[in-house]
Write a protein that binds this ligand. Structure first.
Ligand code: HEC
Ligand code: HEC
Length: 434
């Protein structure tokens, strides 16, 4: 499928409105998006957004944190140290990389058997499955789009499964303070850990007043983690598929067949959400997501602690509370952000609730959700969504449009082919601990 050229001007307007981005930062960011979308230069300027917003803070009153001497490289180096620092949790031992594990494509469950990650404290689990934090430089701010003839708006972008944050810097302190993740009781505690770290002097050298207040320390931490997570090293485009689109590598016959099924509007139709563009020689055009939201309506994960309450549901994007962009409407309930499928074969569990622990099962679910719902839903169809929202679940387009009793959307062999193709999305080079 040929992806139509993105509307850069539209993105620029959105970028200008983006929360928390300084004007020059937003423009630099748009340039990078344009470059990534097949424009003029190399897509290496995303970090300028973080750099510029940091610079804006530099002119703030003296007690605020300011980057005096940090170069982008220094921030990336510091961010990498923080990302892999197990001292940052309470009790110590859980770093960002414990859940976002390089060996798992920067996703993972920290050894949890439930489908969602184990936190730093015994018996504590994250609410949702850990998404990969690779390729984050391409995530646009959360926004709504109205297609010309569409009845309802569509949501795109934003961080987390429900798009509730717009920058990595905003995201960074959330796992640190979440009692089920890294469990710091306060930003003061995080500051004390940073002050005692082996990289404290580098932080002092890079950010004026960094340890004056917990706010300053956490802000600097956010800048550094953002610089690391949006650096080119974390979007390496080094998979077999990338070699294939660059014309350097051939896919096997089975992988080729899987690619065709993935892209075929009447078969897998996977690429209608997990976007790719094989007509382009630029792997940046194939991010395997449009960052849109959809109600795939995966089965309920009965292993989740929260699901012991039969009336508890994770409603995804309609749980966001955003005064500017309303997403409380019923058609957003049950919708989650389409994950990129890059490095998907490395993940130990799949979907927002981690209900599947095997990649082939995910593809089999897509193939038979319509034709054999009893195979997936223990109680009733779409059992992880309250009845009143079920009418918004997509049942009209492939691969969802098979009626109960009809043949599956994909045969067993076709499922194998798609799984083989998904295996070509694994990067050969991923940054490890410093
Ligand atoms: C206990 C496991 C765990 C730890 C530790 C953890 N995370 Fe996460 N991370 C998650 C989960 C779960 C989500 C998804 C939460 C959601 O969508 O509601 C997530 C989401 C994210 C996202 C959003 C990704 C996206 O695609 O939108 C970023 C960025 C992120 N984490 C960064 C970090 C950083 C930085 C650290 C360390 C300071 C960290 N995480 C520590 C489990 C973890
Ligand atoms: C209409 C949009 C749409 C289509 C079509 C679609 N997906 Fe998805 N996909 C999603 C969304 C949204 C999620 C996350 C759903 C959730 O967690 O509730 C997802 C999740 C996944 C995951 C889990 C990834 C992870 O990190 O947990 C895999 C694997 C996947 N899809 C593969 C496929 C394949 C293969 C096809 C074609 C047979 C396909 N998808 C078709 C939207 C789509």
């Amino acid at each position: 499928m040929v992806t139509s050229a993105p509307n850069v001007r539209h993105w620029r307007m959105l970028a200008l409105g983006a929360l928390g981005l300084a004007l020059c930062g937003a423009l630099a960011w748009v340039d990078s998006v344009r470059a990534a979308a097949g424009g003029d230069d190399e897509p290496i300027r995303v970090n300028a957004a973080a750099a510029e917003s940091a610079a804006i803070h530099a002119v703030a009153p003296p007690r605020e944190v300011s980057e005096s001497a940090t170069s982008e490289d220094a921030r990336v180096t510091l961010g990498r140290k923080m990302f892999f620092d197990p001292a940052l949790s309470v009790p110590a031992g859980t770093s960002c990389a414990t859940c976002h594990d390089p060996k798992r494509g920067y996703a993972g469950g920290n050894g949890s058997p439930l489908g969602v990650a184990h936190g730093s404290r015994a018996g504590h689990f994250a609410r949702r499955n850990t998404p990969s934090v690779l390729y984050l430089r391409f995530v646009r701010p959360f926004h709504l789009e109205w297609e010309d003839e569409a009845e309802l708006p569509e949501a795109f972008g934003g961080f987390f499964w429900d798009g509730r944050a717009n920058t990595v810097a905003q995201v960074a302190s959330q796992p640190l303070l979440n009692p089920n993740e890294m469990a710091n009781p306060s930003t003061r505690q995080i500051t004390d850990t940073l002050r005692a770290s082996a990289y404290a002097d580098e932080l002092r050298a890079g950010f004026d007043h960094v340890f004056d207040t917990p706010e300053n320390a956490v802000e600097a931490l956010g800048f550094c983690l953002e610089a690391f997570l949006t650096s080119p090293a974390l979007a390496p485009f080094s998979s077999k598929f990338d070699g294939y689109v660059r014309g350097e590598t051939a896919l096997s016959p089975l992988e080729n067949e899987g690619l065709a099924l993935f892209d075929d509007r009447n078969k897998g139709a996977c690429s209608s959400c997990h976007k790719l563009d094989v007509s382009s020689h630029e792997p940046e055009r194939s991010l395997f997501t449009d960052y849109g939201y959809d109600t795939v309506s995966v089965p309920r994960n009965h292993a989740l602690p929260a699901n012991r309450d039969p009336n508890a549901y994770d409603l995804g994007v309609c749980e966001r509370h955003d005064a500017r962009l309303h997403t409380e409407d019923p058609w957003f309930c049950g919708a989650f952000r389409t994950p990129s499928l890059r490095n998907v074969a490395l993940r130990p569990s799949f979907m927002h609730n981690g209900v599947f622990t095997d990649l082939r099962t995910v593809v089999a679910f897509y193939a038979t959700r319509g034709s054999d719902p009893k195979r997936w839903y223990a109680r009733a169809k779409f059992d992880d969504l309250p009845q009143k929202y079920q009418k918004y679940v997509n049942t009209s387009a492939a691969p969802y449009n098979q009626l109960a009793g009809a043949p599956p959307a994909l045969s067993e062999h076709e499922i194998d082919a798609i799984v083989a193709f998904l295996g070509t999305l694994t990067d050969e080079r991923l940054p490890l601990a410093p």
